[in-house]
Design a protein around this ligand. Structure first.
Ligand code: MN
Ligand code: MN
Length: 322
């Protein structure tokens, strides 16, 4: 750990959890210009410029940070203490532009590129799922990455509204076309619900994407599915993208495009823990929409899944540093 600056969260034993300005998990807030010691950076991306139906995910980062003040130091299930394993900090929010999609994507890419260039692993808080595209543009500019993607939807659609190519339903189609993802190392888990014509699934499968529907997950169980997912992504760099609508709306109702019959929170925790040991290079958690989340349950759920993601990211960072 750095001797010059503490990277540990403020303790709830010292300052009550409802007090102070909310950073993720009460980590220090460190602007990117001064983040040279940081190993894992929390990045808020407050935009829903790609949303096609019910909006509100632009408010996700603030709500997630507020709920995250309850996070403590140690994962009771795995024993991992992420903030002791890696220097984590909240880097604040990426610049965005709510009035112009192209400019918004450019601003996010530039900010995340600054994160990557400093050797910081990004743990991003959406925002709608389109934010994964500029993140991948920054992260995978030299070589394509693999991805484990939890979602009710493939987000491999081609276009909306007569040829419009940039929405939260299209990020991975663009990412595959741009050579940012290696489709043979992409696994999607939890896919379900009604669909259009199935072209998204056909296109992705034809390029080697492994799509695990919710029915297959229910049949085989999370351990078997994750064993296969780990084998598919192998030892190369892997990005993790978690759309909160992968969960059943009973656990996460506050999202724009809920689909019933989804993943439980326990299954999600178990599957994220099964990412331990992979060469994880970044993660995002997207599509939390606070205006659709009056109880705050969805944000609580997201916070705890981000904590699980931080645990496996910190293990990966510590392994690479050793
Ligand atoms: Mn989705
Ligand atoms: Mn999605």
């Amino acid at each position: 750990m750095s001797e010059s600056r503490s990277f540990l969260p403020v303790s709830g034993m010292e300052l009550p959890r409802f007090a102070g300005i909310a950073t993720f998990a009460r980590l220090p807030w460190i602007p990117l210009e001064r983040a040279e010691e940081v190993q894992i950076g929390i990045v808020g991306i407050p935009t829903d410029v790609g949303t096609t139906n019910r909006p509100g995910a632009r408010h996700g980062p603030r709500q997630i940070r507020d709920a995250s003040t309850q996070i403590r130091l140690v994962n009771q299930a795995t024993g991992v203490a992420p903030f002791h394993l890696a220097r984590c900090a909240d880097l604040g929010d990426s610049p965005v532009n709510p009035a112009d999609t192209t400019d918004c994507l450019a601003r996010i890419e530039k900010f995340v590129r600054g994160v990557i260039d400093r050797g910081i692993v990004p743990m991003s808080l959406g925002g709608d799922h389109l934010v994964s595209l500029p993140i991948l543009r920054a992260l995978a500019r030299e070589c394509p990455v693999g991805m484990i993607h939890f979602d009710a939807h493939t987000d491999f659609f081609d276009s909306y509204f007569g040829g419009y190519r940039y929405t939260h339903g299209t990020p991975f189609r663009r990412a595959a076309e741009e050579g940012l993802l290696d489709p043979r190392r992409v696994v999607q888990i939890g896919i379900r619900g009604s669909t259009y014509d199935g072209e998204d699934v056909t296109w992705a499968r034809a390029r080697g994407v492994r799509i695990v529907t919710i029915e297959e997950l229910a049949e085989r169980g999370p351990d078997s599915v994750m064993e296969e997912a780990r084998a598919i992504v192998g030892s190369g760099p892997v990005y993790v993208s978690f759309d909160i609508d992968a969960l059943d709306p009973a656990f996460a109702p506050g999202t724009g495009t809920p689909e019933i019959g989804g993943i439980t929170t326990r299954e999600a925790q178990r599957m994220i823990r099964a990412l331990d040991g992979l060469d994880l290079v970044g993660a995002d958690l997207v599509e939390v929409s606070p205006p659709l989340d009056p109880s705050g349950l969805t944000a609580w759920t997201a916070v705890n899944l981000v904590f699980e993601l931080l645990c496996v990211l910190a293990r990966a960072v510590a392994r690479r540093a050793a």
